[in-house]
Design a binder for this molecule. Structure first.
Ligand code: GAR
Length: 190
């Protein structure tokens, strides 16, 4: 069993999908939130998972280094970014090379990179008028959203979609499906 840390900043629906999937090759040993009071923390507590809050806002010093220290103290093997809104530095990415995954709410290489996160991604997809969008799970490297792709799933954009309705469909049909499957596979393969 690989020991997994899930890093979150918000509602934690992807964390919930990982909890509900009941992984067999890994266990969620730790949830770290970059935001105080994030609902993801409540989800973790309800599932009996250890939580740590490491607020990004106002943090003085090297955030990635502090995070790496916490993960190492907890003997973490695999890191899952599930709506984690902080970019990790080069030495963090190198320390966990091939063992960090991220879920992104578009079909990379569309609508990704610096500044593309959360609802913004769906706003831009609607603005561009794409008819198909989706989600991507990829390995994290120091290039933002640039690492090797592990899984993708396409989702239809429908007439009358708002960023919120599109975000919800992409989560339900793609993110919550491909993220747990990709994490299971990665834990198996490591
Ligand atoms: C998800 O849609 C995830 O793909 C996105 O933030 C949302 C978090 O929701 N992540 C990014 O945009 C990363 N660039 P959640 O907290 O309910 O899982």
């Amino acid at each position: 069993m690989k020991k997994i840390a899930v890093l979150v900043s918000g509602g934690g629906t992807n964390l919930q999908a990982l909890i509900d999937y009941k992984l067999t090759s890994g266990e969620i040993a730790l949830v770290v939130s970059s935001k105080e009071g994030a609902y993801a923390l409540t989800r973790a507590e309800k599932a009996g998972i250890k939580t740590v809050t490491l607020p990004r806002k106002g943090f003085i010093g090297n955030y990635s280094e502090k995070l790496a220290q916490i993960l190492s103290e907890n003997n973490i093997d695999v890191v899952v970014l599930a709506g984690f809104m902080t970019v990790l530095d080069d030495s963090f990415c190198k320390a966990y090379k091939g063992r960090i995954v991220n879920v992104h709410p578009s079909l990379i290489p569309s609508f990704c990179g610096v500044g593309y996160y959360g609802l913004r991604v769906h706003e831009e997809a609607l603005k561009r008028g794409v008819k198909i969008t989706g989600a991507t799970v990829h390995i994290v490297t120091s290039e933002c959203d640039g690492g090797p792709i592990l899984a993708q799933k396409a989702v239809e954009v429908k007439a009358g979609d708002t960023p919120e309705t599109l975000q919800r469909r992409v989560m339900e049909e793609a993110e919550w499906v491909i993220l747990p499957e990709a994490v299971e596979k990665l834990c198996e393969d490591l």
